[in-house]
Ligand binder design. Structure first.
Ligand code: GNR
Ligand code: NI
Length: 168
């Protein structure tokens, strides 16, 4: 088990389109373990492999307060969507920044589990928002890209300043 480094915006590696996992084997299971440990250690509710510089379509999610219900989605596909919802989002790759993003309210997702078996999950509320946020990461998209160019520029300036001098 190891805690992985989480890339911070702006970073070109967060804009890579992740490749599908061809075979779910030992290497993928090791990645999932490390991603789960990294997500829990950072107190996040989700993490995409893109964020730890592994451009593969792997997501871990745990929206529980008790941090004991890990959901693993490999090669996730949104099969259908219903409604819209606006939610205040944050991102481990964009620390300290929170803003409202419009998403689909309910989604049907098909994915593989860590055994490589296909399953379907219907998600609503925060789980739905989180899965859409994570699939965006796999497509090279960070939530701040839904905000105005002005807000994005301010966010980048603040993050770069913080990365240079984290105590200011
Ligand atoms: O920890 C996280 N919280 C969160 C809150 C609202 C909407 C989405 C998220 S996902 C985020 C973890 C993260 O950056 N995943 O990519
Ligand atoms: Ni994120």
């Amino acid at each position: 088990m190891s805690i992985l480094n989480i890339l911070q915006h702006p970073d070109d590696r967060l804009h890579v389109t992740a490749k599908r996992v061809e075979r779910v084997g030992k290497a993928t299971r090791q990645l999932v373990e490390d991603m789960a440990e990294t997500m829990y250690s950072a107190s996040g509710i989700g993490l995409a492999a893109t964020q730890v510089n592994v451009p593969e379509r792997v997501i871990v999610v745990d929206i529980t307060d008790t941090r004991d219900d890990l959901l693993v989605l490999i090669n996730p596909e949104i099969e259908s969507r219903e409604g819209t919802v606006v939610f205040e989002e944050g991102c481990l790759s964009v620390p300290g920044i929170y803003d409202r993003v419009e998403r689909s309210e309910r989604i049907m997702v098909r994915a593989l589990n860590v055994e490589g078996e296909a399953f379907n999950i219907e998600a609503a509320g925060i789980l739905s928002v989180c899965i859409q946020h994570e699939i965006d990461h796999l497509d090279g998209k960070v939530f701040v890209e839904y905000l105005s160019r002005l807000k994005q520029n301010r966010i980048i300036k603040k993050l770069l300043k913080n990365q240079r001098n984290p105590d200011q």
